[in-house]
Design a protein around this ligand. Structure first.
Ligand SMILES: [Zn+2]
Length: 331
């Protein structure tokens, strides 16, 4: 152990925050990745940046109070947030969850208030670190994490380390082109994996097909309020054996599988961990994707990869943010 490792306190708890579009989860995370205390509050992003940042402060202050800690007793504060995060400069450059935020120096805002080391990382990259450090991928050296939720994101672990790319924006798995003639994606490109296989894509297709008169138990689940259909209801209907729901999910799973074939051929990972809300569909989503990988990826790589469900659930972001902080302190 070097002197630097001893003096910089990486054994202290990290106050980790997952800044999502709906809620802010804050957690005091011990050095062994146990969650010691947790705080939830709504993001309410439409109230504006200052209000959201004040809620982040409130979450931090609540946990400091609950655990009787002073900022100086922490190993740092670490935030996982959706969007294009410039980790090196500590900026949220743009975020789909935080309308109007542009180049917000959240890392330095927190450092200015609490006077300790602070860190900022993309939420899917954080989740990759979390699943690798204490979830489905413990002991796996080459791992790709894919989150399939309202959007699709990811993180790439190579030789045990997060691959960040030139400016920290690597791992945007959701924006790999799957269909050159496909629909327009929110990123401006066309035919991205996200626009074909995300929860939003599944809900949109279900709404369109039910509205066109296709019969499905999805309609009963939402009590006829077709506009309220989300991927969750499509998943529920699939579990009841509903033909339309099964067809929609199998189509999304096929697109996801094509994306995974590309990843398997490029990275030859030992494991692909699938998280996010859509992963709750389990084998409805994963099995067609596994079959596609087995049938289409290069045989050597296809034979080496396990495609599994994430294990950490909502804690993946805060656990990964805490791991990121410790890794940064050791650099
Ligand atoms: Zn895109």
């Amino acid at each position: 152990m070097t002197a630097k490792m001893v003096t910089e306190g990486h054994e202290l708890p990290v106050l980790a925050i997952d800044l999502g579009g709906t809620k802010i989860i804050s957690a005091m995370v011990a050095a062994d990745n146990r969650v010691l205390a947790k705080d939830y509050r709504l993001t309410l992003a439409d109230e504006g940046r200052t209000a959201v940042i004040n809620r982040i402060f409130a979450g931090i202050d609540t946990l400091l109070g609950q655990t009787g800690s002073l900022p100086a007793q922490l190993g740092g504060i670490s935030v996982a947030a959706a969007g294009a995060i410039d980790s090196a400069r500590g900026l949220i450059t743009v975020s789909p969850n935080l309308p109007g935020w542009r180049d917000v120096p959240l890392r330095d805002i927190l450092r200015g208030k609490y006077g300790i080391d602070t860190f900022l990382i993309n939420d899917a990259n954080a989740a990759a670190l979390g699943e690798h450090g204490c979830g489905a991928g413990v002991g796996v050296n080459n791992l790709i994490y894919v989150t399939v939720s309202t959007g699709i994101g990811g993180g790439i672990i190579i030789d045990g380390k997060l691959y960040s790319g030139a400016c920290g924006s690597a791992g945007e798995i959701g924006h790999m082109t799957i269909d050159v003639n496909g629909p327009r994606c929110s990123c401006g490109n066309i035919g991205c994996l996200e626009v074909l296989a995300s929860g939003t894509a599944v809900a949109k297709e279900a709404i369109e097909r039910v509205s066109r008169g296709e019969s499905s138990s999805i309609t009963d689940i939402v009590e006829g309020k077709v506009a309220n259909i989300t991927a969750k209801e499509v998943g529920m209907a699939a579990q009841q054996g509903d033909a339309l729901a099964l067809d929609i999910i199998s189509k999304a799973a096929t697109y996801l599988g094509v994306g995974l074939v590309n990843l398997v051929n490029i990275f030859n990972p030992e494991m692909i961990v699938v998280g996010g809300g859509m992963s709750k569909m389990g084998d409805f989503l994963l099995e067609p994707a596994r079959q596609l990988v087995a049938g289409r990826a290069m045989p050597l790589s296809a034979g080496a990869v396990r495609i599994v469900k994430a294990e950490l659930g909502e804690d993946s972001g805060v656990l990964g943010a805490a791991i990121f902080a410790r890794q940064q302190k050791l650099v």
